[in-house]
Design a protein around this ligand. Structure first.
Ligand code: ZN
Ligand code: ZN
Ligand code: ZN
Length: 142
């Protein structure tokens, strides 16, 4: 996985700094999607010199490069991050426990939307999260 991501970054002309490599390695390790500060705490165990600022800066770059996705959690002041090689997809976010799941389906028709917005605005992308309750949280509420 690390190799694929580094290859993708190289093919886009992105320099693989030690910090970027560490951030990607840490993202691979997480079993749930981490917030930037969870990611930072994990990285600091081995690299105490890395700041949250650095993590944010590099995450944003990795998002621009298309190897990391940002998922917005509602009601919380937090986004979580995932590595992404599969390309465009969406997420199911649980309002109970905050768990996020990938959904390999895109219901958005940008061409149709472009017709609705007309020439005033050019659509170049979108992000969409679906909010609800996971099986575990649904069972708890009964
Ligand atoms: Zn849940
Ligand atoms: Zn995903
Ligand atoms: Zn989509």
């Amino acid at each position: 996985m690390l190799k694929d991501i580094i290859e993708k970054l190289r093919s886009k002309g992105c320099k693989i700094t030690p910090q970027r490599r560490i951030i990607i390695q840490s993202l691979i390790k997480f079993t749930k999607f981490p917030t930037a500060s969870e990611l930072c705490n994990d990285i600091r165990q081995t690299n105490p010199e890395i700041s949250l600022d650095t993590v944010y800066r590099n995450l944003n770059l990795l998002i621009d490069m298309g190897v990391v996705n940002q998922i917005n959690l509602p009601g919380k002041d937090a986004n979580v991050f995932e590595l992404s090689l599969e390309g465009h997809h969406h997420h199911l976010v649980c309002l109970g426990c905050g768990a996020a799941d990938c959904l390999d389906y895109c219901p958005v028709d940008e061409k149709e939307l472009q017709k609705a917005t007309g020439l005033k605005f050019e659509i170049i992308g979108h992000s969409l999260e679906l909010y609800g309750y996971c099986e575990k949280c649904k069972a708890l509420s009964k």
